[in-house]
Structures are given as C-alpha cells and as structure tokens.
Design a protein around this ligand. Structure first.
Ligand code: G6Q
Length: 550
C-alpha cells in the first residue's frame, strides 16, 4: 500500500478535475456519441458477462481510475494477500479465504507452513460426514436417521450458510430439513425447532471463537431441548457437531473434538462460507456440488490475481464503486438479483461490504481522506420494483445499481423467465435513459402533469449476466464481490479485514445482562436514559399479561 495519502495521488487529483468536466454529461449523449458503447464497455470472462456501459464514465474516467489503482499499489496488495502476508494489520493476521478454494496441489505458506493440505484434510472430513448424514448411515441416539439439520451461528457463521442454502436449494437433498438459528431472541430457536423430532435432529454449532454470546446461548438451549426429550447425556455425541477454531471451548461444551470441523484464524467470519462453516451447505447439496462451488470461487480468484485491470471484473466494479462514492457523493449501492434463489444475497453482501469497509481510519491509524464504505442494500427483482425503485428512478439521490440475472431459469414455467429478464433490461434502460419532456408530451400528457411523469435518467447501473445459477456460478459471484470489496479497501487504504465495531458490541451487552436478571435492585451507573430504561424493563417484565400466550 502506498504511503501517499489518496487525495495526493496524481491520478486522484486528475480524477477530481475530470469529474468536474463530465459530472453533468448524460448517458444519452455518451451512447449517442459511441454507437458501440454497449458492446465495448463490457467484460466477458469466467462465465460472467459484465455490462458496465451504463455508468457515468468515459474512456478517460476509466484510464484515470485504473491509474488510481496502480498508484495505490493494488497489484502488490493482491499478491501480498495471495502470498499469505499478514495484511490484516490490526489483528496481525494473514487473509487467506483464497486458500480455502485452492486446488489440492497448490502451495500457500503462512508462518512457514503450507496450509493447503490442512484445508483439504478438513474438506475430506466434511465430505465423509456429509455423505454419512445424507445416506442415513449416521444415526441419532435412538437409531433413527437424521432428517433435520439446525445450524446455530451468527454473523459470518450464519449469513453465508443461509444464503448458500437458499441459493442452491434446487441442488439440495429435499428429504432433509434445514433450519438456521442466529438471533438470541428466543423466538428464533423456538420457531426453528417447533415441528422437529429431537430423535431425528442434529445441531451444528458454528462459531469461530465458540464464545459468542448469542451462539452459546442458543447452543445451550439446543442442548437442553434435546436432553429434555432424549434424557441421556450420551445423546450429545450423535446430535451435536461443532465448527470452530477453538477446540478447548468445544470440549468444554461437551462436544467430542472427533465431531469438530476446524478452520483457522486467517479466515475472517464474513469470508468463511467456503470453510467448514459451510458444513450445512455441504450436507444440503452434497460434497461434489460443494467442491464445484469452491472451483467457481477459485476461478474468480485466478481471474482477479492475473487479469489486467482493464478487464478485471472485481477491479472494475470496485473502482466504479469508489467513483460514485467519492465523486458523486452516492451513499448507497443497490444489489438487485433477478433470481428468487438469491433472495438472501443482498443481506449476505451487507455484512461482506459494510463490515469490511465501514472504517474511518487508514491502516496507518490516521483519518481516511474520503468517504469509505457505501451502504449496500437490496431485494430480489421484480418485487423491489413495486416498492423502492420509485426512489431510484425519481428521487433526489443517486443510487448505483447492480442488476444480476441468469439466461436460464432453474424452474422453467411458461413465460415467467422471459418476463423476469425483460424487467432487468427494461429497468436498467429506463434508469439510464429516462423519459424526456418531449417524450412525455408526445404521450398526450397534460402540461401540469409533465414534471411528475418525467424521468431525468442518467442513473448508473451494472448488469451482470450469467448462464445459470449453479454451485460454481454462486462461488464466482461471491468471490466477485469479495475482491470488489478488497479493491475498494486498498484504494481507501483501510484494513478491510478487522471488525472492532463488532467486538465492541460483543462486550457491551455482557455488562447489562446481570442488571436485568438479578433479583435485587441493581446499582445503576449508566447515563440517565439507560438507567431509566433498565428500571422500566425490570418493572414491566414481571407484570401480569393482559393477553397470555398459550
Ligand atoms: C465476521 C464477524 C462476525 C462473526 C460473528 C460470529 O467477519 O467477525 O460477524 O462472524 O460475530 O463470530 P463467531 O463465529 O466467533 O461466533
């Protein structure tokens, strides 16, 4: 990473001047001036077609953005990550999610040791276990086969598994039931197990640290639930497995480390869905599909590592995100998958992007030079069109959008897929080109109504088109955004791999829990608002209910 502050990089200064020149240039003009723009500003590689022509950029913008990447030392930084250097400086850790999907013969060295064989040893252990559960060879304590898998975890130990399960449902064993418990709100656990038979239920306790309050609370509740039904401590061995880096805590909880699947401190929580944290995904779709997903991740890793920036999918997307965030003051990016199976993908990306780049200090501890980390959000199409798209089309804010679509559906049903995809193309077109005053008038609109029906357009978007949502396609898509986030972080000179804000949250609530639970009035020394809220909660929590639940 360069020592020169971002705002002093020659290319950044030039980009600022260039922005002033083109900030009001309309996409209509850019397309009119270059009839081939929509075929030129595209990249097609590793099974992804990225059309970035509907962005407010010229060839000069691209040239300068790429220079920013070069002057930021992006290439050296990519190489440092792949080489296992400790680029997560505030935690003094290597960042090696790319090793999780490296092929068997690869060599990636951390602290003098090649980590790839260990990765494959865990994958083999997971495969063996997944096969035994899927075939029914793994029996519960009473001899019945396991039919229900409940993943207990939160944050990075939940969002990836949930998203991947939903995304790959079409490939999953339909005779197994999958549930995901994350929230410490007891309702999450209660509803997840409400119709499950304990004799047929297995809990996967997924926690890198095995100390997270929510997960450990849910894990203990799961154990109580199971033991209340099976009435034998030895049942734990057949109904609980752990995914963790902390063997000591796993043993303390009562799970035999033979039933533990490990990973390493160089896997960040939000980058862990392809580690043993993906055990539930592997049970759902089977080892072969899971490995196909890893191969998809790896293909994108290699693309990112070796492709020149001009044709590098994650680099281009990362640079465009920086362009809007820092020069157009865009505060958010909308993720709009037109694929129902990707319904949890925006939620997954919220953590990946915002926990990674929601930082206000640089790696050297000084204040950042510009705004960082845009807010990512979204919903699958076409549903979003009937709610928040209004603001994207006609509101006062600029919201760059990523449209994601597939040429083939996994559920061919009459005209559905053509209608779905027509909406992708129509929305991106309408956002870019809008509807002019003349066009609105030509429709016979009364003069007073014209301003309301006018679409100024010039609203940017990327369109990502892939052939079909397969396990490999999912791997490519997730890796595309992982490396997009990495690119942004390098430009902003931040550590995209720590999460001190999350750590704080883990400590704060622990202080208040005893003040809510104790029988005696606690001595409260918070601010007056927190003190009053705690007192009121203590008073109300034991009050008789007007409408008791059954
Ligand atoms: C991810 C974060 C965070 C983490 C959870 C769960 O990058 O660190 O979301 O995954 O807090 O942590 P454990 O896996 O340790 O329970």
């Amino acid at each position: 990473m360069t020592d020169t502050p971002l705002r002093n990089l020659p290319a950044w200064v030039a980009l600022g001047a260039h922005h002033k020149k083109i900030e009001n240039t309309h996409l209509r003009q850019l397309f009119a001036e270059d009839p081939k723009r929509g075929e030129r500003l595209v990249v097609e590689d590793v099974g992804i077609y990225l059309d970035y022509s509907k962005n407010r950029i010229t060839d000069e913008t691209l040239k300068l953005l790429i220079q920013v990447a070069e002057q930021s030392g992006l290439k050296a930084h990519i190489d440092a990550m792949f080489a296992g250097e400790k680029i997560n400086i505030s935690e003094n850790r290597a960042v090696l999610h790319v090793a999780l999907r490296a092929p068997k013969g690869a060599t990636i060295v951390v602290d003098g040791q090649n980590v790839v064989p260990e990765v494959h040893a865990v994958l083999n252990k997971m495969s063996d276990f997944a096969n035994r559960v899927r075939s029914g060879a793994w029996k519960g304590h009473t001899g019945k086969r396991i039919r229900n898998i409940v993943n207990v975890g939160i944050g990075g130990s939940d969002l990836g598994p949930v998203m991947a399960y939903e995304a790959l449902r079409q490939y999953s064993a339909r005779d197994l039931v999958f549930r995901f418990v994350s929230n410490v709100d007891g309702t999450d656990f209660a509803e997840a197990v409400i119709d499950l038979d304990a004799e047929e239920t297995m809990f996967i306790i997924s926690s890198k640290t095995f100390t997270t309050l929510e997960t450990m609370t849910n894990a203990h509740t799961a154990r109580d639930w199971l033991l209340a039904r099976l009435r034998d401590d030895s049942a734990i061995a057949k109904h609980f497995v752990a995914v963790s880096t902390n063997a000591k805590e796993v043993t303390k909880f009562g799970i035999d480390t033979a039933n533990m699947f490990g990973f390493w401190d160089w896997v960040g929580g939000r980058y862990s869905m392809d580690s043993a944290i993906g055990l539930s995904s592997m049970i759902a779709v089977g080892p072969d599909n899971f490995r196909a997903m890893l191969a998809g991740f790896h293909e994108m890793d290699e693309h990112f590592r070796t492709t020149p920036f001009e044709r590098n999918l994650p680099v281009l997307m990362g640079l465009l995100a920086v362009w809007y965030n820092d020069f157009f003051d865009a505060q958010t990016v909308a993720i709009l998958p037109y694929e129902q199976y990707l319904k949890r993908f925006p939620a997954y990306l919220q953590q990946l992007t915002m926990e990674s780049n929601g930082k206000h200090v640089k790696v050297d501890g000084t204040q950042v030079d510009t705004d960082t980390g845009p807010i990512y959000w979204g919903e699958p199409g076409t549903n979003g069109q009937h709610s928040f798209y209004q603001l994207i089309h006609q509101g006062t804010r600029l919201i760059p959008c990523d449209f994601i679509g597939f040429a083939q559906t996994l559920n061919p049903l009459g005209r559905h897929h053509d209608i779905l995809m027509a909406n992708v193309f129509a929305q991106a077109e309408a956002l870019a080109f809008g509807k002019t005053e003349a066009e609105v008038k030509a429709e016979g609109t009364a003069d007073w109504l014209v301003p309301h029906r006018l679409f100024e357009g010039n609203r940017p978007s990327n369109t990502i088109l892939m052939d079909r949502l397969t396990p490999a396609a999912l791997g490519k898509l997730v890796a595309l955004y992982e490396h997009n986030v990495f690119t942004q972080g390098v430009i902003w000179q931040i550590d995209s791999f720590d999460q001190w804000g999350v750590e704080l949250g883990k400590v704060l609530a622990q202080r208040i829990v005893p003040q809510l639970e104790g029988a005696d009035e606690p001595k409260l020394e918070h601010d007056s608002s927190t003190n009053a809220l705690i007192r009121l909660y203590r008073k109300l929590k034991g009050a008789p209910l007007e409408c008791p639940v059954s």
